[in-house]
Design a protein around this ligand. Structure first.
Ligand code: ADP
Length: 187
C-alpha cells in the first residue's frame, strides 16, 4: 500500500505519518527530513537545497525527482511507503506514478490533512520557539504557505479526480486524529 500525506506546513502530517508507520510497518519517507539531513552533512544535494529551504521555497523538481528515484526504488519501499512532504508539485506526482509503476505499484490513498489557516500559523510559530528550525520564522512560513497554495494545492484536484483523496479533519488531539486516519484507511 502506498499512501501520500498531503497538507499545508504545520498540519501535523509528520506526527501522524510516524504513528501510521509504526502501526502498519510501512516505511515512512519524508523529503523534508532527507533534505535537512543532506544539509546537515553538507552533501552536494544539501548545498543545492539549503537556500531554497531557508527561504521557504520549494527545492526544484529535478533535484527532488532524482532523490525520489533512489528512495522509491529501494528494497525498504517494496511493501509500500508513506510519503510525507512529497509529491508537492504535479511534476513530482507524475514522477511518483512512473517510479511506482516500475515495480507494479500505484498511489492507493491520499490523506488530505485539513487545518484552518490561523491555526497553522499558531502551531508553526510555537514550533519555531521550541525547535528552532531555520525555516520556522514568520517570513519563511508565509512563503511556505504561498508555495503550498500555488504549487501543491493543485494536487488535491489531481487526486480527487482519481478517487483516492481522503480528507482528514486535522484539528484536535494527536490520538483523536490518529483514530480518524485509522478509520479512513480501514486499517
Ligand atoms: P513543512 O511541511 O513544514 O513545510 P517539510 O519538512 O516537508 O516541512 O519541508 C521543508 C522544506 O524542504 C520545504 O519548505 C522545501 O524547501 C523543502 N522540501 C521538502 N520536500 C520537498 C519537495 N517534495 N519538493 C520541494 N521542496 C521540498
Amino acid at each position: 500500500m502506498n499512501i501520500i500525506l498531503l497538507g499545508p506546513p504545520g498540519c501535523g502530517k509528520g506526527t501522524q505519518g510516524e504513528l501510521l508507520a509504526e502501526r502498519t510497518g510501512l516505511a515512512r519517507v519524508s523529503t523534508g527530513d532527507l533534505l535537512r539531513d543532506a544539509v546537515g552533512k553538507g552533501t552536494s544535494l544539501g548545498k543545492k537545497a539549503k537556500s531554497y529551504m531557508d527561504q521557504g521555497l520549494l527545492v526544484p523538481d529535478d533535484v527532488i525527482i532524482g532523490l525520489l528515484r533512489g528512495v522509491l526504488g529501494s528494497p525498504a519501499a517494496e511493501r509500500g511507503v508513506i510519503m510525507d512532504g512529497f509529491p508537492r508539485t504535479v511534476a513530482q506526482a507524475e514522477a511518483v506514478d512512473r517510479l511506482l509503476a516500475e515495480r507494479q505499484g500505484k498511489v492507493d490513498a491520499v490523506l488530505l490533512f485539513e487545518v484552518p489557516e490561523e491555526e497553522l500559523q499558531k502551531r508553526i510559530l510555537g514550533r519555531a520557539k521550541e525547535a528552532g528550525r531555520a525555516d520556522d520564522n514568520l517570513e519563511a512560513l508565509q512563503q511556505r504557505l504561498v508555495a503550498y497554495h500555488e504549487q501543491t494545492q493543485p494536487l488535491v484536484e489531481f487526486y480527487r479526480a482519481r478517487s483516492v483523496l481522503i480528507p482528514i479533519e486535522a484539528v484536535g488531539g494527536i490520538p483523536e486524529i490518529a483514530e480518524r486516519v485509522r478509520t479512513a484507511l480501514g486499517a
